[in-house]
Design a protein around this ligand. Structure first.
Ligand code: RB5
Length: 140
């Protein structure tokens, strides 16, 4: 199960991601926002991170204007490793090497087509463990 959240600035990208995941049979939960009305992205970052930390969701996707605000808030949560990605190489290796469990993308930065490829790449890759586990253990 994938938790997906956005603020107003990335409402359209969240919609595209949810439609894409649903079309591909990936179970997901829409954590809001649900309208284009201006809102505060930390609310949705906390909602998605809570679902990942509780185990209700395996991974999270957070989108805002830049992806940066969401990532800053998400990384305040112990056990959350959030990565802003604007390319598929980063999306692949943040799973393999950082065990990132939340992907952040900026709607105002990254086009929808690339964003969906970034999502697919993030979900298709797993943590490699080994020497990377030792390093990830040093994060907290
Ligand atoms: C909202 O205007 C914008 O600040 C937000 O979406 C995000 O980019 C913050 O990092």
């Amino acid at each position: 199960m994938i938790a997906v959240g956005s603020d107003h600035a990335a409402f359209q990208l969240k919609k595209a991601i949810l439609e894409h995941l649903e079309k591909n049979g990936v179970p997901c939960v829409d954590c809001g926002t649900y309208t284009l009305e201006s809102c505060d992205y930390p609310v949705y970052a906390k909602e998605v991170c809570g679902k990942v930390l509780s185990g209700e969701c395996d991974l999270g996707i957070l989108v805002c204007g830049t992806g940066i605000g969401m990532s800053i808030v998400a990384n305040k949560h112990k056990g959350i490793r959030a990565a802003v990605c604007g390319d598929t190489f980063s999306a692949k290796f943040t799973r393999k090497h950082n065990d990132a469990n939340v992907l952040c993308i900026g709607e105002r930065v990254t086009g929808t087509g690339l964003a969906l490829e970034i999502v697919d790449t993030f979900l298709a890759n797993d943590f490699e463990g080994g020497r990377h586990q030792r390093r990830v253990d040093m994060y907290e």
